[in-house]
Design a protein around this ligand. Structure first.
Ligand code: F6R
Ligand code: ZN
Length: 187
C-alpha cells in the first residue's frame, strides 16, 4: 500500500484513478417514490434515466476508502431524485459526505427514531454518526456532487429503508424544497 494523490472533479464527480463505479437508474426505484403515476409517466416519457453514479477509490487492505456520488437533478411528482438510503451493516461505522457542487439535503435517522437533516452545499462536510441511516436528495437544478469517506468494512444494510422508507421526505412545495414527516412511515 502506497500513498497517492487522487483527482476529484468537483463538477462531474470523476475520480482519477478509481477502482470501480456503478450507476443507478430510475427503473430501479419503482415503489420508492410516493407518486406512482408520476413515476410511470416519467419513465415512459424520459426513458430509464441515470439518477446517480458512484465512483470509488479503494486501496486493498486499507481501513478506509472514499469516492464520489453524482446525483442528477430531477423529480418524480413532488419528490426529488434521491439515493436508496441505508444503515451501515456495521453499527459502529460512521461516514462523512463533503459536498463539492450543487445543492441537496442529507436526510438522517437513528434506530431509536431521531431524525435530522443536513443541508448539502459546496464546502459543507456532513458528519454521519455510526448507526444513523442516510439518504441524499438533489434539491437543485444541477448535478449534486459529493465526496464520501468511510471504513471499507462499514458495509450497507438497505433492507429496512427499502421496506419502510425514511421518516422524512424532501418535497417541492411551490418550487421550494421542504422536509416533511413521511405520512406512510410505519414504526
Ligand atoms: C457509502 C455511502 C455512499 C452511498 C452512495 C449511494 O456508505 O453512503 O457511497 O452508497 O451515495 O447511496 P445508496 O448506497 O444509499 O444508494
Ligand atoms: Zn453510507
Amino acid at each position: 500500500m502506497l500513498p497517492e494523490g487522487v483527482a476529484i472533479d468537483p463538477l462531474t464527480g470523476a475520480v482519477t484513478p478509481n477502482t470501480g463505479e456503478y450507476t443507478k437508474r430510475l427503473s430501479e426505484f419503482r415503489g420508492i417514490y410516493r407518486d406512482q403515476k408520476a413515476f410511470d409517466a416519467l419513465l415512459g416519457m424520459a426513458g430509464d434515466l441515470v439518477t446517480y453514479r458512484v465512483v470509488e477509490y479503494r486501496a486493498e487492505n486499507s481501513d478506509i476508502f472514499f469516492g464520489t456520488t453524482t446525483m442528477m437533478p430531477g423529480r418524480v411528482g413532488d419528490e426529488y431524485f434521491m439515493t436508496r438510503g441505508h444503515y451501515h451493516a456495521r453499527r459502529d461505522r460512521g461516514e462523512i459526505y463533503y459536498t463539492q457542487s450543487g445543492e441537496g439535503m442529507l436526510v438522517l435517522q437513528s434506530r431509536d427514531g431521531q431524525t435530522r437533516e443536513v443541508a448539502m452545499k459546496p464546502g459543507i462536510c456532513a458528519f454521519i454518526p455510526p448507526d444513523w441511516a442516510h439518504r441524499s436528495v438533489n434539491t437543485g437544478k444541477t448535478p449534486l456532487v459529493f465526496t464520501w469517506c468511510c471504513g471499507q468494512d462499514a458495509g450497507h444494510d438497505y433492507d429496512e429503508i427499502a421496506a419502510k422508507g425514511m421518516r422524512t421526505l424532501v418535497i417541492a412545495e411551490n418550487e421550494v424544497s421542504v422536509c416533511i414527516p413521511n405520512p406512510k412511515y410505519v414504526t
